[in-house]
Design a protein around this ligand. Structure first.
Ligand code: DSN
Length: 429
């Protein structure tokens, strides 16, 4: 447990759990599309002395003294975010994606008597809770309406979105998804927003790394405000980021602080600076491109195994398959896969007849495995193992046989963030 020597000395119980989680992450095929492996440099900044500092406010306008180095750290992070995404303004303080979205709504719908209607993709067809789902406060504070994907193709139908926008006449149209395997046409969303006099919010939490790496069109030229998390395809620390046009800068900053948050997490902001520098390197463009190549290969492997893949493939980092075509529910499939070392999550498929707690689908993604240097050959193998493990879900020896093969494969592709050494496989016993 050499990577946590101080925790080991002070708190061996916790250290043991950390060491086992470390090993689990190393020897498991991480297929959750919203997860990744942060580099050692990102994790070092996250765990730095910046944890100790309060700095409510913004650079050069703070409520606490001692900001000699905090201000330039936040400014560096802001400058890198603006440069990477070509944005007029960046706010690097949101604690994560949900607070970033709430701040965006607050910034975009400011006046008391303003139309509070938002229009976004429904959760069960790939949206997000904070896009106005009924259990999210976003539906309490704003009047939420939703569009869906096409019933047959499961792809966004922009004519139908336009019709819905004309019906609802929203103040804000939200585009962006947590479970949509195809490219999003931000220019088309802008045109729809302009036609109904709405502002456009693009939530690129899932695809920020693809946008930064040039493998997905950017919403920055089109959207009034762009929100994202920083730890998914962008491969940074867990955090949030808002990009916007200059005219929205003051409203966004005031919505984040003092509107919704207190002291920024300076450790996370510094770690984001590291991640943004990593994402500006030419290798990151190759990484983003490879994520998409791998996603297509994974979808092809599932199709070859007789599985229904939603929309028939993928243009981004994400693949959604219908587990009922393997005679399992999404949850049964995800549990069997987890035993076999293939980590994913059950998810609704569009217009799912089953409930969100027990849906039909499984959501997969290639960002993490691509960070380990894997390519289409490994995706083919993993696709085959997914089919085998779901089909053999009552056969524990078979699941364990697959799991050992998965662990052998992971050992051959060391992950970022494991520079201090390969964890002992025996920690998983
Ligand atoms: N939890 C994220 C995801 O997995 O997509 C969304 O917030």
């Amino acid at each position: 447990m050499s990577h946590t020597p101080f925790v080991t000395a002070k708190d061996p119980d916790l250290a043991q759990l950390l060491a086992r989680e470390n090993a689990r992450q190393f020897y498991t095929a991480k297929l959750i599309p919203s997860e990744n492996y942060a580099s050692n440099a990102v994790m070092e900044a996250t765990g730095s002395v910046l944890c100790n500092k309060y700095s409510e406010g913004y650079p050069r306008k703070r409520y606490y003294e001692g900001q000699q180095f905090i201000d330039p750290i936040e400014e560096l992070t802001i400058d890198r975010a603006k440069a990477l995404f070509g944005a007029d303004h960046a706010n690097v303080q949101p604690y994560s994606g949900s607070p970033a979205n709430l701040a965006a709504y607050v910034a975009l719908i400011k006046k008391k008597n303003e139309n509070k209607r938002i229009l976004a993709l429904s959760l069960s067809e790939g949206g997000h809770l904070t896009h106005g789902h009924k259990v999210s406060v976003t539906s309490r504070f704003f009047e939420a309406h939703h569009y869906t994907v096409d019933r047959d193709t499961h792809v966004l139908d922009y004519d139908a979105v336009r019709e819905r926008a004309l019906e609802v006449m929203p103040s804000v149209i939200v585009c962006g998804a947590t479970c949509y395997p195809r490219e999003i046409d931000f220019a088309r969303f802008r045109a729809i927003a302009d036609e109904v006099g709405a502002k456009l919010l693009a939530d690129i939490a899932h695809i920020a790394g693809l946008v930064a790496g040039g493998s997905h069109p950017s919403p920055v030229p089109y959207a009034d405000v762009v929100t994202t998390t920083t730890h998914k395809t962008l491969r940074g620390p867990r955090g949030g980021l808002i990009l916007c046009k200059q005219k929205m800068a003051r409203s966004v900053d005031r919505a984040v602080f003092p509107g919704l948050q207190g002291g920024p997490h300076n450790n996370t902001i510094a770690a984001l600076a590291v991640a943004l520098k990593e994402a500006a390197q030419p290798e990151f463009q190759a990484y983003a491109h490879q994520i998409v190549v791998n996603s297509r290969a994974l979808a092809d492997a599932l199709l070859a195994g007789g599985v229904r893949v939603i929309t028939g493939g993928s243009d981004n980092h994400l693949v959604l398959f219908d587990a009922t075509t393997l005679d399992a529910t999404g949850k049964e499939a995800a549990v069997a896969m987890d035993i076999a070392g293939l980590e994913a999550n059950a998810n609704t498929v569009p217009f799912d007849p089953r409930s969100p707690m027990d849906p039909s689908g499984v959501r997969l993604g290639t960002p993490a495995l691509t960070s380990r240097g894997m390519g289409p050959d490994e995706m083919k193998l993993i696709g085959e193992w997914i089919c085998q493990s779901v089909r053999s879900r009552s056969d524990m020896p078979e699941l364990i046989r697959i799991r050992e093969q998965v662990r052998d494969l992971m050992a051959a592709f060391p992950a970022p963030g494991f520079e201090s050494g390969v964890p002992a496989r025996s920690l998983l016993d």
